[in-house]
Design a protein around this ligand. Structure first.
Ligand code: SAM
Length: 234
């Protein structure tokens, strides 16, 4: 499968071509969705895509929006790690109501990839400033920002919080592994941890495989690149 080929990923990752590919797929997805989904909801996705450069497709955004709507009645906060220009955060904001939403990023782009990821990812890729995101999401209530390498950036700050929805979009093995380890014990029963890139980035898949070897819950793979874990009980 070409999208999983490391040489191809290294060549196209973060480039205009990658964005063009995602944009093309998204247009096709939007066409398919428009036949049977609520147009008001699709407008939210279209606007988010128009306003900022995004690395997720429309179906992936649709799933995040639906989860945020469906889980906002649960106890616990929402969190996202990996914002880039803020598109997925914006879509979640549109559906979250009054929920507290924690936005975590280095705001300096990707941390150092490990040896096996160096061919496909680069430190500093996908950087966007905290100020730019704050301005973009300024009108939504109950947002808090956590700058730095997550989960170190939230240790001692969110330790007593519980979460209903956690969205990871961090691309790298170490980031994914550490974020799952931090957020999973804090997820409420019925809560969801969802990640982008599970089926195309080997580091992300490896982190999930290793973690789920030690718990009862298993990975639910979606038809997009995403996967999710649903917490059964405390
Ligand atoms: C692919 S981008 C996120 C795309 C975004 N969700 C969107 O809507 O297009 C990956 C982001 O993860 C961030 N990141 C990766 N590992 C991180 C970590 N451990 N802590 C904080 N941010 C991290 C990077 O700074 C970058 O902004």
């Amino acid at each position: 499968m070409i999208l999983k080929n490391k040489r191809f990923q290294g060549w196209i990752g973060g480039s205009f071509l990658e964005w063009l590919g995602i944009d093309f797929v998204s247009r096709m997805e939007m066409l398919a969705l428009s036949f049977h989904k609520d147009w008001d909801k699709l407008k939210v996705l279209r606007r988010a895509r128009r306003e900022r450069r995004s690395l997720v497709t429309n179906q992936e955004m649709f799933i995040l929006h639906s989860l945020a709507l469906g889980l906002r009645g649960l106890d616990g906060d929402f969190a996202e790690v990996g914002l880039y220009q803020g598109s997925t955060a914006k879509v979640i904001c549109e559906a979250k109501g009054e929920k507290a939403f924690h936005l975590c990023d280095t705001f300096e782009g990707l941390p150092e990839p490990n040896e096996s990821e160096k061919a496909i990812e680069k430190k500093g890729r996908f950087a966007c400033s905290l100020e730019s995101i704050q301005k973009y999401l300024g009108r939504y209530p109950n947002l808090s920002y956590h700058k730095g390498f997550c989960p170190q950036s939230v240790r001692g700050v969110l330790d007593d919080h519980r979460f209903a929805l956690v969205h990871l979009d961090v691309d790298l093995y170490e980031s994914t592994k550490q974020c799952i380890e931090y957020f999973w014990p804090r997820l409420v029963p019925g809560g969801v941890l969802i990640s982008h890139d599970y089926s195309i980035l080997h580091g992300v898949k490896q982190a999930f495989s290793e973690f789920t070897a030690g718990i009862q819950e298993q990975v639910i793979e979606l038809p997009t690149t995403q996967c999710m874990l649903i917490k059964h009980s405390v």
